[in-house]
Design a protein around this ligand. Structure first.
Ligand code: CUA
Length: 155
């Protein structure tokens, strides 16, 4: 079968690019340890209330001055409902659900996760601006989904 030389060159280019992309992804995954951010930690959804630190949801201050915030999502609210952190705080959110899939979204920020029963999802953010931030559920979870929210005060 005759293949035109331009076509052969184009095919070779495509193969080389595939190899380059695979190598890039492999390098990022293994050398730089860049992996999907979620689903790395599991929890028994029926025992969240007895599983530390989710037995006492809320804020923990770490020795380096940053915070960890543990959230439990359930129909139709978040625990804790309000949280207060100082301006400039680095907060790492940990969120799980005790019933169905919920959303965990702070509009105006890049904090955007799902709260999935059986799993702990996590994301960090530095709050540089003072104000009251809304935390909303943005996954439809039932009849009162639109009223599922919490607040984070930064001051
Ligand atoms: Cu929870 Cu929508």
């Amino acid at each position: 079968m005759h293949v035109h030389k331009y076509e052969r060159a184009w095919l070779a280019f495509g193969m080389v690019m595939l190899a380059v992309f695979l190598a890039t992804i492999g390098f990022a995954a293994f050398a730089d340890n860049i992996n999907p951010p979620s689903g790395l930690q599991s929890i028994d959804p029926t025992k969240v209330a007895q599983t530390p630190p989710f037995d006492k949801p809320g804020l923990r201050k770490l020795s380096d001055g940053s915070y960890e915030a543990y959230y439990v999502a359930h129909v139709f609210s978040f625990d804790p409902a309000t949280l207060t952190v100082p301006v400039g705080s680095r907060v790492t959110f940990y969120v799980t659900s005790t019933d169905v899939v919920h959303g965990f979204f702070i509009p105006g920020t890049d904090v955007n996760m799902m709260a999935v029963p059986g799993w702990v999802n996590t994301q960090s953010r530095t709050f540089d601006r003072a104000g009251e931030y809304l935390l909303i559920c943005h996954e439809y979870c039932g009849i009162d989904h639109q009223d599922m929210f919490a607040k984070i005060e930064v001051r």
